[in-house]
Unconditional design. Structure first.
Length: 202
């Protein structure tokens, strides 16, 4: 019986593969500044990938921010470039993105892992494949997607949110427009998060 169980687990694992990218450590200091405002945005070339970081202190409760980041199936109602979410497992989702015209759509499949630390929480996400995934024909797959959300309570009604992601866009996206796209994405994501939190109060 045990042998059959292990064979089943092995065959099941053949349908999955993980591709974790390395992220800069907390003490990393070689970031390039893209924006220094209420939202700060940086980027760096780390382990051959363009890693981006957006940070903002929101006038929101830590628990409210946590709930929105945790509720991945609701992302299309929060982050407006996400057109569709497919939930394959509790922690594995297929995200479909609309890009500005005339660029092709993007999509990626990631696995989320929650790590609760002493004074903050981190939602890691990294690229995986899934045996039930269906690839759209009109979209560019991002096979190296990865990053994390960091949610840190500053006070009862102030929460610092950090969003780190691999800025690789592939496909038909021009290199000269990369930094502009990273800046726009960082601003949009944290602004849409804040708007959603404000709307949830009423």
């Amino acid at each position: 019986m045990k042998i059959k169980f292990y064979i089943f687990i092995f065959l099941l694992s053949l349908g999955f593969s993980n591709k974790k990218i390395n992220l800069p450590p907390d003490n990393y200091d070689k970031w390039n500044v893209l924006l220094d405002n209420k939202t700060t945005i940086h980027w760096t070339n780390y382990d051959n990938f363009p890693i981006c970081k957006a940070e903002r202190i929101l006038n929101q409760k830590y628990s409210d921010v946590f709930k929105i980041i945790e509720n991945k199936i609701n992302y299309p109602n929060v982050f407006r470039r996400i057109s569709k979410i497919k939930l394959y497992e509790d922690d594995i989702i297929h995200i479909h993105l609309n890009m500005p015209f005339p660029l092709s759509k993007r999509d990626y499949i990631v696995k989320y892992e929650l790590v609760n630390k002493q004074n903050h929480s981190e939602f890691y996400f990294h690229s995986v494949t899934h045996p039930r995934s269906i690839r759209p024909k009109d979209s560019v797959l991002l096979p190296n997607a990865g990053g994390k959300w960091i949610i840190k309570k500053m006070s009862n009604n102030k929460t610092k949110v950090t969003y780190i992601w691999n800025g690789q866009l592939l496909g038909d996206f021009p290199d000269w427009a990369m930094t502009k796209a990273w800046k726009k994405q960082g601003e949009e994501v944290l602004e849409w998060l804040n708007i959603s939190l404000n709307n949830a109060r009423y």
